[in-house]
Design a protein around this ligand. Sequence first.
Ligand code: PLP
Ligand code: SF4
Length: 470
Amino acid sequence: MPEQRLTLPDRITELETPDPLKPDPDADMFAHRDLRSDAFWQHIPRFANTSESEFLDSKFQNKNSAKTAEQLERLVGELTGDAFMKDVKEGLRQAPMLLRLSPYLLSLIDWENPYDDPIRRQFIPVASKRLPDHPMLQLDSLHEQKDSPTSSLVHRYPDKVLFLALDVCPVYCRFCTRSYAIGGDTESVDKVSYKPKSSNWDEAFAYLLSRREVEDVVVSGGDAYFLPPNRLREIGEILLAIPHIRRIRFATKGPAVMPMRILTDDEWTGTLLDLAEQGRQFDKEVCLHTHFNHPAEITDITRRAMSRLFQGGLKVRNQSVLIRGVNDDADTMNLLTKRLSWVNLQPYYVYQHDMVKGVEDLRTTVGQTLEIERNVRGFTAGFNTPTFVNDVPGGGGKRDVHSFDYYDETTGISVYRSPSVDEDRVHLYFDPIPLLPDEGQARWADRREHSRMIDETLAAAGCEALELAN
Ligand SMILES: *Cc1c(COP(=O)(O)O)cnc(C)c1O
Ligand code: SF4
């Protein structure tokens, strides 16, 4: 913690405490403040002698990231054993995403019990847990390619756009929505390329200049963490120079993967803080949006990194994905929410897991999401309570999970409308089949039932007259 400079007057500290109304809090009430500050990386044999200053160097983190199963095996093979590594190799062969794991994340995984570990589950596929995809699943389920006026932009909502600056990330998430494009081809997916060259950026900037209604730009990808400081500055300053753009968010997984970069890469962090300062002078907001999913990803290194940004006047918000076996219970989600708030990361969204290829084992039902939301709301400040959203298939955009027109828990079909995007269309989300009641599972097992279930649900929602977007 930064040193406390203010002291309380004696008249307060010496006053007799008024009688308590509430029972004394139990230890659970404080679990979110208990951040790891040990040399946790030294459990990995290769890093047994790595000092803190070496570990905090982002060059060390990049150089020692595991990008292939063989590199992973060299780092943790002796902790996990052959059977697990074999499962990983087969999992990676079938997966739509590549592997990339920083020493930071790698060291936070419990390698004695990797199957159940919430960090392992997010980033390292294992073949033995793979479930068949839902029959209604499409690869670009959000239809981002359809809403793209130039190669680096998605313009779906009236006044805000997504600027896809590059196609690499500091980690590859199994559940990535953009698995159709991010991170290079795998055996199962040939990626679309954003061609993140500045000639493409110029087209996107020219488009934004011409669209006077656009006030809000999300710079994502890929990931802003991999923009070198001069490119970060270029994007920031051009966007700030467009008069009608009022809010710029840099979206990055970086703080969850390599928080030390904020502490030790002064050029990058300095550029970001400088852009925020320049923005303030024009009454414009420049902020950071990041992506933590589990409380164990937040350590004392994260706290120190967030402290630097907070003291530099930069707002940081967090978007999580609700993931089975990672954060799909109320206690974990509560701990995550409170820990994020403790380190000045404002919980903004929790996403219903998108319908993405090859990760059916990670999705939850809409019903489970509603139950978790019910348990989280009210535990802490409203402005630190995330909104649970479903980015509905077929390009409807983010909808409050509760706002479905109809939800059938037996077939797992939910119906959403999205008037801000398209008044005439309707969007369907499908719960993972293995989590449905037996009756629902039996109906999905029979192909002839599929369109019947969909028609029934649309009728129950009163949406038969609308066009189906999926
Ligand atoms: C998420 C998203 C945005 C930003 O939406 P917010 O709800 O303001 O966070 C903008 N454009 C696209 C295409 C998006 O997916
Ligand atoms: S960091 Fe974001 S864009 Fe990159 S792989 Fe993960 S979810 Fe996808």
